[in-house]
Design a protein around this ligand. Sequence first.
Ligand SMILES: C[S@@+](CC[C@H](N)C(=O)[O-])C[C@H]1O[C@@H](n2cnc3c(N)ncnc32)[C@H](O)[C@@H]1O
Length: 342
Amino acid sequence: MAASRLTLAVETGALPLPAQGRIGLFRARPDHDLSAFPAERLHIVQGFCPHYRSLAAQGLDCSVAPEGPYAAVLVAATRSKEETLGLIAEALAETQPGGLVAVDAQKTEGAEALLKACKRALDVEDVISKAHGKLFTLRRPETLPETVAGWAKAAAARPGAGGFVTRPGIFSSDGADPGSVLLADHLPDALKGRVADLGAGWGYLSHRLLALEAVTQLDLVEAEHAALESARANITDPRAHFLWEDATSWRPGAVYDAVISNPPFHTGRAADASLGQAFIRTAAAILKPGGQFWMVANRQLPYERTLEAAFREVETVAETPAYKIFRAARPAPPSKRGARPT
Ligand SMILES: C[S@@+](CC[C@H](N)C(=O)[O-])C[C@H]1O[C@@H](n2cnc3c(N)ncnc32)[C@H](O)[C@@H]1O
């Protein structure tokens, strides 16, 4: 959907790409059709590891943070309005005065609200409404209005509930997720040795696990760069290691004594159980034969069959109206664990 809007915007001149200079694409995803853009002048800014790797594999120049100045920037909206306004503020700051900043958003990403917020602060030049979303353009003024500095401030990392650093757009940025709290409350004191936290977010679960002295190493595996940076700020324990990886396909050099996880269950806005199922297979693949996997899941998610295929021992340790806590042990041989996602 976004593909046709982007292409149309370039082809109709509503998104007039500069004849020279670098073009920043903030939060571009592999499902965006970038064929109308000059690939050799693009700079992709994407902090989500699977998207980053997929775009880099297409030969595109990718970074996790802006590296301006740019002649123009296209911001692809995320699910968080605060995060997207922060990206627009960054785009304006990194674009030369007079340069173009474009914003592409689906209706479900709050396209209308973003347009309104931008119209209140800046001169919006053009608006294209197509395929359940909008693309609009701004010119970078010589001096940026105060409102834009406010957007940047509101999107920045900062200490929140419990004193933990988080930032808008990352999972449970307003405080610890109740599912993670429940899992942390059920982790046995006997956990020890090398542990991995798959989808570690800003580090709540990992922080709780590190209360156990017998844990000698904890690898926080997280795909969202901004979340991992928050985890780094929250956890200064030398046993912790921070790995920017795609946990669905990540395979470390050495196996673990325990794996813990509150796996993701969304791709964009859509519920997606296949992510959690892939996390379960990774857990089975990276555990020692005597290792244990502890996970929390929203109770309606279909994880039992995947757990039973991947492990020979599966137990539901606790159930609440919202969540289930599973403990699994004795990983099944690779051929029995079900498909490994590509
Ligand atoms: C449900 S949250 C749990 C976060 C954290 N453990 C906590 O307790 O707050 C799932 C996390 O998985 C991350 N994630 C999503 N896809 C991922 C992937 N393919 N590989 C690694 N992490 C991923 C998300 O960014 C998010 O931080």
